[in-house]
Design a protein around this ligand. Structure first.
Ligand code: ADP
Ligand code: MG
Length: 527
């Protein structure tokens, strides 16, 4: 019978085509779905990174880098799986479930109702263990963050660890975090196992109930055997979506706990932002004025600065002296608005810095600090940080002004020498001169030196001092220094004490006054 054979071949061909279509579609969904998840994850990560850069000093004072890194890497990862499989799991299990319900109810109404009696009980069970699961997952995500924070802390301080031979202590600290993580995982897996196995038990109970109820029905002759067997066969298609949904729940909790951690930071409003009508400053002269400024780091802390008033004229070179911890660094970090002041106002060229856009305010202020931060990369990369579009010549010129050119030329690859993470391959004085070259390139009208030479040996100090003086030409300069030799040349010296600015004047005037400054000076002369 060629006709029948033809039909069989036809069927075979159709099935073959279907298999191919199925495989192609599945591959597409799998590949595109995962890519979609990855892209959504990448977008979220980008958004969080951008947000991190907006958050203020106050935020970072309280945070651990390791935790922040975990939020941006680990926590967003679980989300991409959820984004991809979540919709698919929900749609497929819902469709299957409704389909199964229709088929079952057509076979036998009573048995179907019996089966559906289990559902509310299962829902309550699932809800309870899901809550537990969520709590446990959240905890283990926090703990992974703690582990990363611990690693970050130890590795950043690895040189200190080794010099104190405190490897054992660090290992203990790490072991503690590590074991706390295992504990949280234990809770997580326990509730997961209870949840999943519980659901399986309910599914089996469902089948047993159908067999018993159906068996009784057969004995009473209210049900025929064929119906019961068909029903039992089809109950499998109801079980499948329930299992799928249980799997989805885990995925969901994993993703949503990550999402919560993610959103927690994303929802932090940067506490220092541009005002709605912030102005862009174009040509800054460099007049800096403090009017009755009071500041404390946190609301429940004491004031660090109280009623500070000072007026620094355009191009003036002033020095700020005072004992350690009195608030000199704090005062300087208020000018670029790293922290928001509590009372009073700070003016740049007569404008309240709160009305100036942060970008244009900070572009006009250069800061050289005692601990220099250099980025991993080459010497020229780091100098270029002061002006991203600087030419090679400009970089060299800045390096020359900063007395850095000579030592750079002696490095193995000159300007292309890799300086290691945080510039570990350079000496303190060299790092400081690079940071000054960076500010030369930036060329701001206001400059702050915060103990820039305090940690240096005499020779480097002289080189740095020399380049500092070049930098101060025609700029408003605030110098904080321990060594009074550095401040002698200042046009005005302000002495900061716990009571505010106690004395001000030139070196000679303050010596003649015989107050706090004269005391500091005499003490240093004796050493
Ligand atoms: P100085 O530079 O004069 O040595 P600082 O301005 O660094 O002093 O510090 C002034 C005071 O403010 C100190 O008592 C210090 O403990 C406190 N302080 C400094 N930075 C912070 C901060 N980020 N958070 C809370 N308190 C701080
Ligand atoms: Mg300081």
């Amino acid at each position: 019978m060629p006709n029948a054979l033809n039909q069989i071949y036809m069927m075979g061909a159709v099935m073959l085509v279907l298999v191919i279509v199925h495989a192609v579609c599945n591959t597409f969904v799998d590949y595109r779905g995962h890519m979609m998840g990855a892209m959504m994850e990448s977008d979220m990560r980008g958004e969080l990174f951008e947000h991190y850069q907006k958050l203020s000093f106050r935020f970072y004072d309280e945070q651990k880098t390791g935790q922040l890194m975990t939020r941006i890497t680990n926590d967003s990862f679980a989300l991409s799986e959820l984004f991809h499989h979540g919709p698919e799991d929900i749609v497929i299990s819902l469709l299957n479930f409704v389909g199964a319900f229709i088929i079952l109810i057509k076979i036998n109404v009573e048995l179907t109702l019996l089966v559906f009696l289990f559902l509310p009980i299962m829902a309550v069970y699932a809800f309870y263990f899901n809550k537990k699961m969520k709590r446990a997952m959240r905890k283990s995500k926090d703990r992974i963050g703690d582990i990363n924070a611990q690693i970050e802390d130890t590795l950043s301080g690895i040189r200190v660890v080794k010099s104190f031979t405190n490897e054992k202590t660090e290992k203990k600290k790490f072991a503690y975090e590590n074991s706390r993580f295992v504990d949280s995982r234990r809770d997580e897996y326990k509730s997961e196992a209870y949840f999943y196995e519980g659901m399986m038990v309910f599914i089996q109970l469902m089948t047993i109930a159908v067999i018993i109820f159906g068996g009784v029905g057969i004995v009473n002759a209210s049900l025929d055997l064929a119906d019961l067997l068909t029903f039992l066969l089809y109950i499998g298609i109801l079980i499948e979506p329930i299992k799928r949904f249980s799997n989805f729940t885990r995925l969901y909790q994993e993703g949503i706990t990550g999402f919560d951690r993610f959103m927690e930071v994303l929802e932090v409003e940067p506490d220092i932002q541009d005002a709605a009508d912030a102005i862009e400053l174009r040509h800054v002269q460099g007049n800096v004025e403090f009017k009755d400024v009071s500041f404390k780091y946190k609301d429940d802390y004491d004031y660090v600065l109280k009623n500070i008033s000072l007026d620094i004229k355009v191009g003036e070179y002033i020095a700020l002296v005072g004992s350690s911890g009195v608030g000199k660094t704090t005062l300087c970090s208020l000018i670029p608005r790293f922290y928001e002041i509590n009372e009073g106002k700070i003016l740049l060229d007569g404008r309240n810095i709160r009305d100036i856009s942060l970008g244009s305010l900070r572009r006009n202020i250069g800061i050289v600090q005692q601990d220099v931060y250099l980025f991993a990369g080459t010497v020229s990369d780091n100098i270029r940080y002061g002006k991203l579009d600087a030419s090679k010549e400009e970089i060299i010129e800045a390096a020359k002004k900063a007395n850095a050119h000579d030592f750079i030329m002696e490095l193995p690859d000159g300007y292309d020498t890799d300086i290691g993470q945080r510039g570990v391959k350079l000496s303190g004085g060299q790092k400081q001169r690079l940071s000054i070259a960076r500010v030369f390139l930036k060329n701001p009208p206001v400059i702050i030196f915060d103990e820039a030479t305090s940690a240096l040996d005499n020779e480097s100090e002289k080189a740095v001092q020399d380049s500092l003086e070049k930098l101060t030409d025609n700029r408003t300069t605030v110098v904080i220094a321990h060594r009074l030799s550095t401040v002698r040349n200042a046009q005005r010296i302000f002495v900061l004490t716990d009571n505010g600015i106690d004395e001000q004047g030139t070196h000679e005037e303050l010596i003649a006054l015989g107050g706090a400054y004269a005391n500091l000076y005499n003490v240093q002369l004796k050493i």
